[in-house]
Design a protein around this ligand. Structure first.
Ligand SMILES: Nc1ncnc2c1ncn2[C@@H]1O[C@H](COP(=O)(O)OP(=O)(O)OP(=O)(O)O)[C@@H](O)[C@H]1O
Length: 582
């Protein structure tokens, strides 16, 4: 495992290297800004000494103008470095974001089903945002604040070594004290924030359920819980604020002591060397003292932020180090209907508990296999194995007699179309919903897919054609229309195998008829696996697989099974699919 420091270096070099010119320019801008910042007290010193020595003169105006010019230039440079800093940071972190997303997409289904989407968003975006802060502010600000601090100390040493030493010791003490005090303060604010999060979490949940609370007469009990939460929240906030106040008192006393030290040193040195340490020098020392507070406070903040960033870098690294359990193959598939075979397949989500067992069957090109079985019998699991979301523990799944492990996963998935019960629709245009945001697919192909899937009339009613936006989660579409849109997606990619997990809910007769017609077109010239819930679909299947607790309960040609009165399938047909399998 790398030490934190090497991790920072690796991260910085990976993502800043491509922008080294901009980063270098940024470094230069920061150096110049610091140089100008250190110059202004010197100009002030010259001004005061000149005023005291010669009274009001034209040179004073020139010095004042130089002071103004330095201030303006410094301001301009800070704006430029802020802009450049943000630019460099956003470019670096956007690259990191896309690297992480691309990496997550290569991870297997087991990874994705064991991490919630919220967790992934927090990892990819929350952690990257913290790192964006590291790149844009923390790294460059820490760099410039440390430089500024050293610059100020050098200015004190230039005045006199005793001044330099005194102020260096003071700065070290001040910084150490701030770090210790802040560490003590953090738990108080953490507890306060937790209490506030609990309160708002409770409030949000109760507001969402306000009708149930009222109708069940639970208002008094809820109010009591509110008061209890407020009773915890208030003392925690009070304690945190009091600690803050104490912290401020110590802080300002130390600052005051610092200025006292500077004036004392100034007066002492003026006494020793009146011509070198002038009144102007003492004013400059005071100004450097004021200037010193800024980097000390900032460095203390940065140290805290670095601890957070360290945790983020660790999590991002962990994610990047994860690899998919599935090894990618090289071979590719031909177009057209494909042959699918399960060869003695056994698979379980855990090693010890098989979910499907000893599955051996073949679906010839262009044929339809209907899978029926009770809920939890392993139907969806079989479909997942076809997509190679998982590898079987025993046996193999083959397409055109090629084991899936030998196929390129990308190519494999381009040759299989999946329609699930719940169609995932995006809050985006009809075009993007059909093409999955691929802008290279021509309109003519999309329109033809819409017509083929029976959505021609629906498309005519769209105010902005393909650019019309669907509501969030497909709002405004009926379940049947959503299914047909999923069919249109399949027509568009034209795969050789279709896996269809049929919607179990009943559809209205018109949509049902439309779906039937579209299904006919969809299955023509394709191999299909249909997890069937409706009788009409089952009747389309050439073969039937009845799954019972992950094992083959019955498997054979549909007609043969249907005409055998002793078969389970014939019983199912007699008593109705949904009634028996529900
Ligand atoms: N990602 C998973 N991780 C662990 N166990 C799972 C996972 N998915 C499914 N299972 C378990 O595997 C078994 C088979 O589930 P599967 O979804 O394949 O059944 P199904 O026949 O498709 O059910 P349904 O008709 O309800 O969709 C169930 O016991 C289920 O709890």
């Amino acid at each position: 495992m790398h030490t934190p420091f090497t991790r920072y270096i690796i991260l910085l070099s990976t993502y800043l290297k491509p922008q080294w010119r901009r980063s270098l320019l940024l470094g230069l801008l920061i150096l110049l800004t610091i140089g100008l910042q250190l110059l202004s007290p010197q100009i002030l010193k010259t001004f005061i000494d000149a005023a005291l020595a010669h009274g009001v003169s034209s040179s004073l105006l020139l010095i004042a103008l130089a002071f103004l010019a330095v201030l303006l230039l410094k301001q301009g440079l800070s704006i430029a470095s802020t802009y450049l800093g943000e630019y460099v940071a956003w470019t670096a972190t956007n690259q990191l974001r896309s690297d992480l997303i691309a990496h997550c997409l290569t991870l297997d289904h087991a990874f994705h089903s064991s991490h919630t989407s919220g967790e992934m968003i927090e990892r990819v975006d929350g952690d990257v945002n913290a790192l964006a802060n590291f790149f844009s502010q923390l790294f460059f600000q820490l760099f410039s604040n440390v430089l500024l601090l050293f610059g100020i100390l050098i200015m004190f040493f230039r005045i006199d070594w005793r001044a330099g030493l005194g102020v260096t010791l003071y700065a070290a003490f001040f910084l150490g004290m701030l770090i210790i005090l802040n560490k003590r303060l953090i738990p108080y604010w953490k507890a306060q924030r937790q209490a506030s999060a609990d309160f708002y979490g409770f409030l949000g949940e109760r507001l969402a359920g306000v009708e149930d609370i009222r109708t069940n007469g639970a208002v008094t009990a809820m109010m009591r819980r509110f008061l209890l939460l407020l009773r915890t929240w208030f003392p925690l906030t009070y304690r945190a604020r009091m600690m803050d106040a104490r912290f401020s008192i110590v802080n300002f006393t130390t600052i005051a002591a610092g200025f006292f030290l500077i004036f004392l040193l100034g007066a002492y040195l003026h006494g020793l060397y009146p011509t070198e340490v002038t009144v102007g020098t003492i004013i400059a020392m005071y100004n450097y003292g004021l200037m010193l507070l800024e980097p000390v406070w900032a460095i203390q903040d940065h140290i805290q932020d670095l601890q957070q960033v360290e945790a983020c870098i660790q999590r991002v690294n962990e994610l990047l180090l994860m690899t998919s359990a599935l090894q990618d193959g090289q071979r590719t598939l031909s177009d057209g209907a494909l042959k699918l075979a399960f060869r003695d397949v056994t698979f379980g989500y855990t090693e010890t508990q098989p979910v499907v067992q000893d599955i051996a069957l073949t679906v010839e090109p262009g044929k339809v296999l209907g899978i029926v079985g009770r809920t939890g019998s392993g139907k969806t699991t079989l479909a997942r194995l076809v997509f190679r979301f998982y590898d079987p523990q025993h046996g193999e799944v083959c397409i055109n007699d090629i084991p899936l492990q030998e196929l390129s996963i990308r190519d494999l998935r381009q040759h299989i179309g999946l329609i699930t019960q719940e169609v995932q629709l995006f809050h985006a245009s009809v075009r993007d919903n059909l093409t999955f945001f691929n802008p290279t697919i021509p309109d003519t192909a999309i329109l033809s897919a819409l017509h083929e899937s029976g959505l021609g009339v629906w498309y005519q009613s769209l105010p902005q054609g393909l650019e019309s936006r669907l509501g969030p989660g497909g709002e405004g579409l009926s379940a049947g229309q959503a299914q047909l849109l999923a069919f249109a997606r399949i027509f568009l990619i034209n795969p050789g195998i279709v896996v269809l997990d049929e919607a179990s809910s009943r559809l209205d007769p018109i949509t049902e008829r439309l779906l039937e017609q579209t299904m006919e077109k969809l299955l023509a010239g394709r191999t299909a696996i249909i997890i069937a819930h409706r009788l009409t679909t089952v009747q389309r299947a050439h073969d039937i697989l009845l799954l019972e607790d992950g094992k083959i309960g019955e498997y054979g040609a549909r007609e043969a099974l249907a005409s055998n009165p002793t078969s389970r399938f014939a019983q199912l047909l007699k008593h109705g699919l949904t009634e028996v399998l529900a």
